[in-house]
Design a protein around this ligand. Structure first.
Ligand SMILES: C[S@@+](CC[C@H](N)C(=O)[O-])C[C@H]1O[C@@H](n2cnc3c(N)ncnc32)[C@H](O)[C@@H]1O
Length: 256
């Protein structure tokens, strides 16, 4: 693992994704259930992109499972799923989630930049909110391309630079800290989640996915566009007023 990914691992070991939600005090079974309910209510875009039911009997790799909510949904839909995460603590939680939900615990602590699978092993590689955290996304995409079968699919969510959240980051960490000339990419790398986080333009994503065909990149407005840090600053109905092109999430589909 690179030094930069060691810092990413340390960050996510200290706060596995979703583990700090207000439901965290509940007993494990209730906790995972409440976390999943909140996740799919707040972010219906996840199920729409993953298409869990579509992958029955097919080989799926999820990169960056976090606490394993999507992993469990794929497994319950009878996909032959493997999941990996750089964070040992996240994998520990995902294993617990798999056990509680009685699905096969095919989970590994591994780095998406060096996938421990043979060439052409999967029909789908899925990754939600992960690859903008890895230090070398180009390398990770090369690995995804390698492990996909010909015409296999890749479905990703990556952060979008020219978005309301990007603007908030500039106001908060650039203007607010008297650093108006610091590039937005540097502000995001220094302040948004794990060290070195990136946010891309749709054009950059297309260029990163140059080895793939049928590449679709769609910005979407989600509940995260109404939040500053963990706090929501406007009612949910306001999402309808914000154009999708200003959303923080880029939903991406591509074929090998
Ligand atoms: C924002 S969380 C998203 C987790 C999960 N997909 C979700 O939506 O809840 C980012 C996750 O990506 C993992 N991650 C970051 N870089 C990774 C890499 N190179 N390989 C595997 N996992 C990685 C982190 O450990 C963390 O669990």
């Amino acid at each position: 693992m690179t030094q930069a990914n060691f810092a990413v691992q340390t960050y996510w070991d200290s706060k596995p994704c979703g583990s700090l939600e207000p439901t965290a005090w509940k007993a494990p079974a209730e906790f995972f259930e409440a976390h999943a309910e909140l996740r799919y209510t707040r972010e219906p875009e996840i199920a729409a992109l993953a298409g869990f039911e579509k992958w029955r009997g097919q080989r799926v790799l999820e990169i960056g499972v976090g606490m394993g909510a999507d992993f469990v949904r794929f497994a319950k839909a009878k996909a032959k799923i493997c999941g990996i995460d750089l964070s040992r603590r996240s994998i520990g939680l995902a294993l617990q989630n798999a056990e509680i939900n009685d699905v096969p615990p095919t989970l590994l602590n591994a780095d998406g930049e060096s996938l421990p699978f043979p060439d052409e092993s999967f029909d789908l590689v899925y990754s939600w909110g992960v690859l903008h955290h890895t230090s070398d996304i180009d390398h990770a995409l090369l690995e995804i391309h390698r492990v996909l079968r010909p015409r296999g699919e890749c479905r990703l969510m990556l952060y979008h630079r020219w978005s309301l959240v990007g603007l908030q980051s500039y106001i908060r960490y650039g203007l607010g800290r008297l650093r108006p000339f610091t590039p937005l990419s540097k502000l995001i790398a220094a302040h948004v989640e794990s060290p070195g986080t990136k946010a891309y333009t749709a054009h950059e994503v297309k260029s990163l996915l140059r080895r793939f065909s049928a590449v679709e990149v769609k910005p979407v407005v989600t509940a995260y566009d109404l939040r500053i840090g963990r706090r929501r600053f406007a009612p949910r109905w306001m999402l309808r007023l914000i154009p999708d092109r200003l959303g923080w999430f880029l939903l991406i589909r591509a074929k090998k």
